[in-house]
Ligand binder design. Sequence first.
Ligand code: NDP
Ligand code: GDR
Length: 362
Amino acid sequence: MADKVALADKVALITGVTGQDGAYLAELLLAKGYVVHGVKRRSSSFNTERVDGLYVDPHESGARFFLHHGDLTDATNLIRLVQETKPSEIYNLGAQSHVQVSFETPEYTANADALGTLRLLEAIRILGLEKSVRFYQASTSELYGQVRETPQNEATPFQPRSPYAAAKLYAYWITVNYRQAYGMFAANGILFNHESPTRGETFVTRKITRAVAAIHHGLQDTLYLGNIDARRDWGHARDYVEGMWRILQHGEPDDFVLATGEAHSVREFVELAFAEAGRTIRWQGRGADEVGVDAVTGAALVRIDPRYFRPTDVDALVGDAAKARNVLGWSHTIGFRDLVAEMVRADLARAAGGRWRDGRST
Ligand code: NDP
Ligand code: GDR
């Protein structure tokens, strides 16, 4: 309670509030007593599913969560939003965040992810709020690309391998530059992959857990994947939004890696996810002809579709979060096995209840 009173004057503006992290972060900040303003994009159908549970009619007294239409490609809109909401903290989570999609929409990705960050920083500067607003930039382990040094930390050089990563590289450095040039409290969180039951359905973890559930309930026969030997450092989004908040509460603006320090392959994720639903996968064949079969029935449950290979992929990433641990007291609490189990269980429940958002393959 004392915590809530102390924080009552805190106002957060979150871009990307309808995304996985935006929703977890909004929930966290509301629990801490913040007033939270979220930016949502206009969409032809509902896109606020992840934050619907947080919504309170703004006419009700005590409402602390507000949604505003906006877009990172629209500078005047961002200036107006910052002016009207008067945030003490801005979390820039909005982005075209899919690496493979960035090869198909490189210009849009640069516009939203790179220039969008610049527009938001400029909005703060134009409004003369450089000394009163704290700014968090959602930077990414994709910045490291095809890296030789392992594990990766804040000093590891960046070698981006996709239009997404190149756009995020600009966003990273413009955040550092505004900190140095204008004395702004502008900080980067270099976050390694983090997932949850509300992860977007086209990222590999959720695609897998969703398929496991659909196969279990007889709604799908086969899961098609690309590079199953890619290795990632997968944590839970709930832990990572806590880290974002801590980065902005620190005494001075700085850049921090958030990671679990453990890497697993997509292949391992598949095996564990099917095991959670009671099936054992045996791999047969090689390369694009490799098949994951049910060890008991022999049914082909996993196949490779080269459509999901990227023009340039990142083979392996694993982070070293020692700085965040030592300086912010942050570390992950949810490990790989628990993460996979939670995601599979949630999708099994959704499939059993017929609660898929759509019936399309991803
Ligand atoms: P999601 O894809 O789930 O969410 C992205 C959010 O950005 C959505 O709310 C989306 O809106 C919004 N958005 C997309 N384009 C625009 C735009 N032009 N203007 C305003 N908003 C826009 O991503 P995550 O929640 O997983 O990630 C949050 C941020 O963290 C992203 O910037 C991502 O790149 C970065 N990141 C994510 C990591 C992860 O593992 N999850 C790791 C490291 C960094 P809509 O719902 O309408 O599509
Ligand atoms: P990533 O996540 O590219 O790391 O970006 P994604 O889950 O898309 O891919 C991880 C790895 O899995 C391989 N892969 C597949 N990926 C997808 N999406 N679909 C498939 O069918 C498939 N098969 C194999 C990929 O090739 C890749 O190697 C995520 C996003 O959240 C970014 O916004 C964020 O910055 C980084 O994590 C950290």
